[in-house]
Write a protein that binds this ligand. Structure first.
Ligand SMILES: *Cc1c(COP(=O)(O)O)cnc(C)c1O
Length: 368
């Protein structure tokens, strides 16, 4: 039975299709870039692999050859270990928290130590186990200050020393080079096996930023790591919403809650079964658009909890029959465009993707 005919698909107001081949080809692009400078590419799969379900995403990356995974929390790391087996390394950005030592031992996790306090606690717990070290070169968020580094004692078993870029998506931002210089200035003082600086966007700043390990996240999932330039990544997700009803207005009247849109008489309005409870952001009210094939239609009125309304006055009749699907995120309206219309970034759009969507995984390693 093809996925589009499964009972779940027939019941669904919206279908989220996730192309694991596209995911893998995106990871390979990073791996190929990395190999050119003698590095490797890891993969960041925090926040349920940016909303796409780590239990589907991680095995596909593993099959492609990825052996270095990054997550945000210890719980995510424990979940990931059960999915990918014992061999790949799992690095936990939040670092070492009180009382979690046994988790790191049992599940063979690597904490990304973020402060001198975490370093001390880890040393007291077990200084022989591998750890990573995060150096803050400008984010003022997580990581040891540059001036903290001299207080480190050289007895830790450090796998990766890393830092994180503030504005990597803006290749002209002067802070990129300042962070690179600051990072390099401390590397000589730290005995680590591997060095890592670049996230998705940072990997496109040139080989100076590559060191040993790339840490791409969002671009693996199809977002553009080089805004204002063509997207080098392949789109991974497609979100289709089902038309529940189409009406032609017999009066000029407003559409939706709060009368935020005034429609003319004769306007044709399609109601589609997706809303902010699905992570289809309310800020797309009177701002976003959807596609019926190659035809663009504006979202009119407020996005409500379970529904949106779309002006389909100029869409060919054959494309707007109840039961048919509109592309909410698709070939003509990729994640970044939709996020932009919503006043946010692709990261937020991805990680808010709803639990009510019927999810279909396609590609070599995917089967639903
Ligand atoms: C989330 C995260 C990444 C991945 O960033 P993307 O911009 O999604 O590629 C890399 N490193 C750290 C420390 C992170 O927190």
């Amino acid at each position: 039975m093809s996925p589009s005919q499964s009972p779940e698909a027939l019941r669904a107001g919206a279908i989220l299709t996730i192309d694991l081949d596209a995911l893998v080809s995106n990871w390979r692009l990073f791996q190929d870039m990395a190999e050119q400078s003698g590095a490797i590419s890891g993969a960041v799969v925090k926040a349920a692999a940016y909303g796409l379900d780590v239990s589907r995403i991680a095995p596909a990356l593993l099959n492609a050859g990825c052996q270095t995974f990054f997550v945000a929390t210890i719980s995510e790391a424990i979940q990931l270990r059960a999915i990918i087996g014992p061999a790949p390394s799992i690095h936990v950005f939040c670092g070492f928290l009180d009382g979690t030592g046994p988790d790191f031992v049992t599940h063979n996790l690597v904490p990304v130590l973020n402060s001198l306090d975490q370093v001390t606690a880890w040393r007291d717990f077990d200084k022989t186990m591998p750890c990573d070290l995060h150096i803050d070169t400008g984010m003022a968020r997580l990581g040891l200050e540059i001036s903290d580094v001299q207080q480190l004692v050289g007895d830790l078993n450090i796998d990766i020393v890393l830092s994180h870029l503030v504005s990597a998506e803006d290749s002209d931002a002067p802070i990129n080079a300042r962070q690179l210089t600051a990072f390099k200035s401390v590397l000589a003082q730290i005995k680590a096996r591997r060095i890592s600086l670049a996230n998705s966007s940072g990997s496109f700043l040139g080989t100076d930023y590559h060191f040993d390990v790339l840490r791409p996240g969002v671009a693996l999932y199809g977002a553009n790591p080089t805004p204002n330039k063509p997207n080098p990544m392949t789109q991974v997700i497609r979100l289709q919403g089902r038309i529940l009803q189409v009406r032609t207005l017999t009066n000029a009247q407003s559409v939706g809650y709060g009368s935020t849109y005034q429609a003319s008489v004769g306007a044709k309005i399609a109601t589609i079964a997706v809303g902010y409870a699905d992570g289809f952001l309310r800020s797309l009210s009177n701002a976003g658009f959807v596609y019926f094939g190659e035809h663009k239609a504006n979202i009119v009125g407020c996005v409500s909890m379970d529904l949106i309304t779309v002006d389909v006055t100029n869409i060919p009749q054959a494309l707007i029959l109840p039961g048919q699907m509109a592309d909410l995120i698709g070939p003509n309206n990729p994640i970044d465009d939709v996020a932009d219309k919503a006043g946010t970034i692709g990261y937020e759009l991805l990680t808010q993707l709803g639990t009510r969507y019927h999810r279909v995984y396609t590609g070599q390693t995917g089967k639903t």
